[in-house]
Design a protein around this ligand. Structure first.
Ligand SMILES: [Zn+2]
Length: 130
């Protein structure tokens, strides 16, 4: 059971997650719901579709209707403004990541993680789950 306050913390990660995947390939609602479920986010269509709509209104995504068998589905692609926003967010998340996992990084990189100067090369990112 996830607390309400924790959910509030995660809510900002969801649009970021959507942008990330839309940058890799066109995505659609059900795919996003399943992808986020794999990461432990339970998102209903009633929450997702308004969010996608807002992201499109803000110019981060662009959607088109696409035939899928007998029905059509709305497919979302990232826009160039979306890519810029994603890049900005990446920098911020990297900073935050460094703070949140400073202890882990020190353990892995033997105390180097905290001593590096601003702008110095960053420790290698941990392998992403694929
Ligand atoms: Zn994902």
């Amino acid at each position: 059971m996830r607390s309400r306050s924790a959910q509030e913390l995660f809510s900002g990660l969801i649009p970021l997650h959507i942008l990330h995947h839309a940058a890799e390939q066109p995505v659609y609602g059900l795919w996003i719901i399943e992808e986020l479920a794999n990461h432990g986010y339970r998102l209903s269509a009633g929450t997702l579709y308004p969010l996608l709509h807002r992201m499109e209104q803000r110019g981060l995504l662009r959607s088109t209707a696409q035939r899928a068998g007998r029905s059509t589905r709305r497919v979302y692609r990232i826009t160039s403004a979306g890519r810029m926003a994603l890049n900005e967010a990446r920098h911020k998340v990297r900073e935050l990541f460094g703070e949140l996992f400073a202890t882990d990084l020190r353990r892995v990189f033997g105390g180097q993680a905290n001593r590096r100067k601003r702008g110095a090369s960053r420790p290698t990112r941990r392998r992403e789950r694929r």
